[in-house]
Ligand binder design. Structure first.
Ligand SMILES: Nc1ncnc2c1ncn2[C@@H]1O[C@H](COP(=O)(O)OP(=O)(O)OP(=O)(O)O)[C@@H](O)[C@H]1O
Ligand SMILES: [Mg+2]
Length: 286
């Protein structure tokens, strides 16, 4: 695992955001209005927040696609405002977007995944190994000779993720990667994210509108009006029903069901965030 140290030997977070302000035009209101955040290497973080709260803008700050108007964004100690560091930052932070069709460039899966490492100027044997490893990591090795346009949405998105992995970033920022997928595709992409986090220690920042996905992260960050409004473990976040309402969020379906069952008189906990636990509690009912 890559660990970054300050000069005094203390561990440095992979991503450090300090009092970040951003707006698109000169006259506009701030879209990001004082974001403070740290993400450690190996963390799996979900970012949620209602439409327009600044999530996608924030995502683009993390690999220097946008740079702060005020404040600081650092990746592995490199500041995104520093033009000389942008290459190093882009290598460390890979971006995955909503629409897999916009992210695939070649007619054969393995050629698509090779595109990034080819642009890095790597030797062909190294590229071959990276492509194989990346496709294996997303469970798409057997499709390596297929045409991307014949794949399902979820498979395409996993190929797009492999294309980023082949450049060996330390962190993936995924902006609603499952929004255009069917339930099976969503499930497979989520399980790929878990594998990457657990097996490769990949740091993940996952922006999503699906609360059922957000609860799968180690930490949830709630954005509201360009700020971090709330952050904590999933149970800490969804335990605060008043805040969930205030920030226009939904409850995860499984929690909603538990709450409603309780309201209907069923003897069940209302703080249930996993399907397994709901099933267990229901099985224990007399
Ligand atoms: N390219 C742009 N030019 C001008 N304003 C923009 C641009 N992109 C986003 N905005 C504005 O910035 C604000 C935040 O948008 P952003 O896309 O970051 O929010 P979001 O949280 O990702 O929303 P969503 O949940 O709909 O994806 C919105 O008011 C939006 O209209
Ligand atoms: Mg967005």
């Amino acid at each position: 695992m890559a660990v970054f140290l300050y000069q005094d030997g203390e561990m440095m977070p992979l991503i450090e955001v300090d009092d970040l302000y951003y707006k698109y035009g000169q006259e506009d209101d701030w879209v990001l209005a004082g974001v403070d955040l740290e993400v450690e290497t190996g963390e799996f973080v979900a970012i949620v927040g209602h439409n327009g709260s600044g999530k996608s803008t924030f995502a683009k700050m993390l690999n220097g696609l946008l740079v702060p108007k005020q404040g600081v964004v650092k990746v592995a100690g490199l500041e995104t405002k520093d033009k000389e560091e942008i290459w190093g930052i882009r290598q460390r932070v890979g971006m995955v977007f909503q629409n897999p069709d916009n992210q695939l460039v070649a007619n054969i899966v393995e050629e698509d995944v090779a595109f990034g490492p080819e642009n890095l100027g790597l030797e062909s044997q190294v590229i071959k190994t990276r492509v194989k490893e990346a496709l294996t990591a997303v469970g798409m090795e057997e499709f390596r000779r297929h045409a991307p346009h014949n794949l399902s949405g979820g498979q395409k998105q996993r190929v797009a993720i492999a294309g980023i992995l082949a450049m060996q970033p330390q962190c993936l920022v995924l902006d609603e990667p499952t929004a255009m997928l069917d339930p099976v595709g969503r499930k497979n992409v989520m399980s790929t994210l878990h594998d990457l986090n657990q097996n490769l220690d990949m740091t993940l920042i996952h922006i999503t509108h699906f609360m059922s996905e957000a609860i799968q992260a180690d930490r949830i960050i709630v954005m509201d009006q360009g700020k971090v409004a709330l952050q904590g473990r999933p149970a800490e976040i969804f335990g605060q029903l008043d805040k969930i309402k205030e920030y226009n969020l939904d409850l995860p379906q499984v929690t909603e069901l538990a709450v409603r069952l309780k309201q209907a008189g069923v003897d069940i906990s209302s703080d249930i965030y996993e399907v397994d636990r709901l099933v267990n509690e229901l099985c224990l009912l007399k």
